[in-house]
Write a protein that binds this ligand. Structure first.
Ligand code: SR1
Ligand code: MG
Length: 420
């Protein structure tokens, strides 16, 4: 295969194009004429193939030079594959076992060959189906704490961090997508917006006229663009997580960038709250999914508590970067100084995290990129009822984030909205 000229693969061309690759032959089987290939990509951007053969299987993920969801009219650079590769490498080092193993990366073809996860399914699909996964709360809480702490100035050597910051600073186009699609478009009549439920028109008009909400969304955008604190996954929704009852894997960090620690945490929790409100659109009888709803709110609490506890543990045991150096406090024989600083740092993450969660809930209903939790609810009245509750909680989180002090309060509001 010509290393210089990019060529999009298809199920038909893949065996011949990649059949000479020694890594693939070893993983899949030496005779590529016996490989079977299935394109399974259902995301917004890329091609994803499962390639299987006599020896085993692998995933081949290839970026396209445009946004798959929209088409060639929206070009998007292939280099996102390079950022995904580098992010996966760093995440594997920072929280071993939580991301798929990479077998091979070809920069010119924007192609990553990686472990085929089976019998894993996408977490979003599992939650729509009403499945309760016992390990995800703890696994995801640890993942965010470890990757976000260990990718920051709290942990990294300053030269290494600044070099890495420069590397990921070039992921401009994908940050641009988030800057527009998450923080701005939902709050005015942007061209790409689509809300598929006309019953939402009145609340959409209300939100777009809400000055406090728009100001908060821009303050959050300011944090997103300016607070280069750590290497974020950048698109940590429940479609970026694959699960079995025993295993959790985080995939797809092509939106990786240096941003606020709170960003990934907020995106993740928002997706559990949306799943919570979508459940009544998938149940056959009222209260049929009460257990699932309780599980989802419990999982939010497990994620946050695990994140907080692990972050505090890493703060006490691995704080070797340029921030809040232990020597600063120890020299003064002040063991409580670092604990006081930790409380302040966690409190700031909490307040930012709530805001990011709020705008993520809005953009998945009002913007371009929707999620299947709501989209697969066939009855538009039921869908509108579910989406309205999510929009209301999102508004509360974004606007009142400085006055919300516990997940118990958010739980009470979510349960109240659910009964409306
Ligand atoms: C044009 S890309 C739309 C969305 O898909 C990705 O998964 C990100 O969430 C992005 O915002
Ligand atoms: Mg993705």
């Amino acid at each position: 295969m010509d290393k210089q000229v990019f060529e999009a693969l298809s199920a038909a061309t893949l065996p011949e194009k990649l059949g000479g690759n020694t890594v693939l032959r070893e993983k899949i089987g030496p005779d590529f004429s016996r490989w079977s290939v299935k394109e399974v990509g259902d995301g917004n951007l890329n091609l994803v193939f499962i390639v299987s053969g006599d020896r085993g299987a692998a995933i081949v993920k290839q970026a396209l030079p445009y946004v798959r969801l929209v088409g060639e009219s929206w070009p998007l650079p292939l280099k996102r594959s390079y950022f995904e590769y580098h992010a996966l490498k760093r995440q594997a080092a920072r929280d071993p076992g939580l991301v798929p193993e990479i077998y091979f990366f070809d920069e010119s073809q924007a192609l990553i060959v990686m472990e085929f996860l089976t019998p894993h399914v996408i977490l979003r699909r599992a939650l729509i189906d009403g499945r309760q996964l016992p390990k995800i709360g703890r696994d995801l809480g640890l993942f965010v704490a470890r990757t976000l702490f260990r990718g920051s100035d709290l942990s990294m050597a300053t030269r290494e961090k600044k070099t890495d910051l420069a590397l990921f600073a070039d992921n401009i186009e994908l940050c641009d997508i988030t800057e527009n699609l998450v923080f701005s478009d939902p709050y005015f009549e942007a061209e790409l917006n689509r809300h598929t439920t006309p019953q939402l028109d009145p609340i959409v008009a209300e939100l777009r006229a809400d000055r406090d909400l728009k100001v908060e969304a821009q303050r959050l955008k300011h944090l997103f663009s300016a607070k280069a604190e750590t290497l974020c996954h950048g698109d940590l929704h429940i479609g970026s997580v694959m699960v079995t009852d025993d295993e959790t894997r985080v995939i797809d960090p092509e939106f990786a960038f240096y941003g606020p620690i709170s960003f990934d945490v907020g995106m993740l929790l928002a997706n559990f709250w949306m799943s919570y409100f979508s459940q009544s659109g998938h149940e056959n009888a009222p209260s049929a999914r009460d257990g699932m709803r309780t599980y989802l709110l419990d999982t939010v609490e497990v994620i946050w508590e695990t994140f907080r506890t692990e972050f505090a543990h890493l703060w006490r045991t691995e704080r070797n970067g340029i921030l809040y150096q232990a020597s600063l406090f120890e020299a003064r024989n002040d063991p409580f100084g670092a604990e006081q600083a930790l409380d302040i740092v966690i409190d700031e993450i909490w307040r930012e995290m709530l805001g990011f969660a709020g705008v993520e809930m809005h953009r998945r209903i009002l913007g371009l990129a929707h999620n299947a939790d709501f989209e697969t609810i066939v009855d538009p009245d039921r869908r509108a009822a579910c989406e309205t509750r999510a929009l209301k909680l999102g508004r509360h989180l974004a606007v009142n984030r400085h006055h919300i002090h516990s997940l118990k309060d958010i739980r009470a509001l979510a349960e109240r909205l659910q009964k409306e």
